[in-house]
Design a protein around this ligand. Structure first.
Ligand code: FAD
Length: 476
């Protein structure tokens, strides 16, 4: 800590208040990522309370040549909200910006601060008889700023799209501390470039999101959830198309899980039970829903699953008879990350391929990973309706620690990414690049794509203060 750092921290405390400039023990929870894989030392963790404070801090950081790592709920899975090694930076956490500014039922929109927790946003929409359909396992901790900045996906993408499709407007503090008020609640607006889309998915490298206008949907009043056992991924895809055709766009979620993954969830979650026997290698969890209360979701689901069984691509199925049982089925899906963390050293991948290429992709990665890691448990789960399957390699901790673990992760990622890209896929479907894949992006993005990204960064953050050494490295 230099005298310049001391005077910077005093100035930050004068702006934000001493209590909200955290260091040492108080800063620790913010300096590690959710998986415990990355840690980075910040000069301080600063918890701003509103847009004005964020803007004042950005100006102060710029004047003091201190970098800024934006952070919301710190549930990101690629190390994006962690301070990089050797950089003088603060973590600027937005969790205190937690207000619901307004809800417009007629316009089906709401304006929320960047630190609003997803579960609170969903509850607020619900109270106004509307739905905010973003849903993922971190729902109780992740916040709007992080969701927007990672262009998060989750189980609702199939029907409602990812965050990019759920945001109508943004308020952003730019790298020079000015505030861009783009909080428009319009569905049609072709006045020049769509600036909000530049910041969505930018992982905090272009500016700090302080508020967003979110798109709301009608609340679902009729729903039915089922768990289905299948013999192959091909059958899962056949079932997806069958249910989509049979139910006219009412498919709310369609998630694939391998038996290896289900076994791990059941081993580590004492409350979890499987309503189906574990004889088949693949399972699908699916939900139909409609906003009309008198739509008989259960009957439609029964009919669709019956005909799928007759066609031979469903072995067994159970439909939840009440909401509590439906929640128990979904708990199997939403506790996967937590269970895997307990099982061993987890290398998780977040690739997507065209849906038609999923069977080949899964067969090829599983074979190659099995050859490379004899002691690994290889699991698959994910949003199969979006072509986004997480390939998860779990290694015994006793065998893989420190450098051995990092080396294994690198090899596993290489195998999964090579197979995905060979089939026309992406190395990051919904989690982003962050720190984890920074040296992989140049391997898979074209030269022109990298040049355009660097030009954008240079234009919006010429001094490189916004989340440095994330997404890509700036040339020296
Ligand atoms: C159990 C579990 C399940 C998950 N399931 C899914 C899933 O199904 N789909 C999915 O997409 N993700 C999933 N995730 C990953 C994670 O929850 C998402 O990436 C989420 O969007 C991160 O939100 P956050 O508020 O925690 O952001 P953080 O982790 O705090 O930050 C994420 C990134 O956004 C940047 N950032 C944060 N706030 C701002 C801001 N205000 N302005 C600018 N940049 C900012 C950070 O610098 C970082 O690069 C899961 C994570 C867990 C732990």
């Amino acid at each position: 800590m230099t005298p310049e750092h001391d005077s910077f921290l005093r100035a930050a405390a004068a702006l934000i208040g001493e209590t909200y400039v955290r260091r040492g023990f108080d800063a620790e929870p913010y300096q590690r990522d959710w998986r415990g894989r990355y840690r980075g030392e910040a000069l301080a963790v600063v918890l701003a309370a509103n847009t004005e404070q964020v803007a004042a801090l950005v100006k102060l950081c710029r004047a003091s040549q201190i970098a800024i790592v934006p952070q919301a709920g710190n549930t990101g899975l690629v190390g994006g909200a962690i301070v990089p090694e050797g950089i003088d930076a603060i973590i600027l956490n937005v969790s205190r910006l937690s207000g619901i500014r307004s809800v417009d039922r007629q316009n089906n929109s709401m304006v929320v601060d960047a630190g609003c927790i997803l579960a609170d946003v969903r509850d607020a929409a619900h109270r106004h008889d509307r739905q905010f359909p973003m849903l993922l396992g971190s729902v109780g901790s992740c916040e709007i700023g992080g969701l927007v900045s990672t262009n998060a996906g989750g189980t609702g993408v199939l029907r409602y799209g990812n965050m990019r499709e759920l945001v109508l407007g943004l308020e952003v503090v730019l790298a020079d501390g000015t505030v861009w008020d783009g909080l428009k609640a319009l569905r049609k607006d072709n006045t020049g470039y769509d600036l909000k889309q530049i910041f969505i998915g930018a992982e905090g490298t272009l500016g700090i999101i302080t508020a967003a206008v979110l798109k709301l949907h009608p609340q679902m009043r009729a729903s039915a959830t089922a768990m289905v056992a299948l013999r192959s991924v091909e059958h899962a895809i056949a079932l997806l198309q069958h249910v989509q055709d049979a139910t006219g766009g009412r498919l709310e979620a369609f998630e694939l899980m391998s038996r290896s993954q289900l076994d791990i969830v059941l081993r580590h979650n004492a409350n979890a039970t499987s309503p189906l026997s574990r004889d088949e290698p693949w399972f699908v969890l699916l939900e139909l829903a409609d906003s009309a209360a008198d739509w008989d979701a259960r009957e439609h689901l029964e009919r669709a699953l019956d005909s799928a069984m007759q066609a031979g691509f469903v072995v067994d199925a159970v439909i939840a008879t009440d909401e509590a049982k439906a929640q128990r089925i979904w708990e199997l899906r939403h506790t996967i990350s937590e269970a895997n963390k307990r099982e061993g050293f987890t290398i998780s991948n977040d690739t997507s391929v065209p849906i038609s290429a999923l069977p080949a992709f899964i067969a090829r990665v599983t074979a190659r990973l099995g050859q490379r890691f004899e002691t690994a448990t290889i699991c698959h789960c994910g949003h199969i309706g979006d072509g986004n399957v997480h390939v998860i390699i779990i290694l015994p901790r006793a065998q893989y620690a420190g450098d051995a673990a990092e080396h294994a992760a690198s090899d596993a990622n290489t195998i999964v990414h090579q197979e995905s890209v060979a089939l026309g896929g992406s190395i990051s479907a919904e989690h982003g690049i962050g720190k984890m894949h920074i040296d992989r992006l140049p391997l898979y993005a074209s030269a022109i794509e990298l040049t355009l990204m660097r030009k954008l960064k240079q234009a919006l953050d010429p001094d490189g203060v916004m989340n440095p050494v994330k997404v890509f490295r700036q040339p020296a």
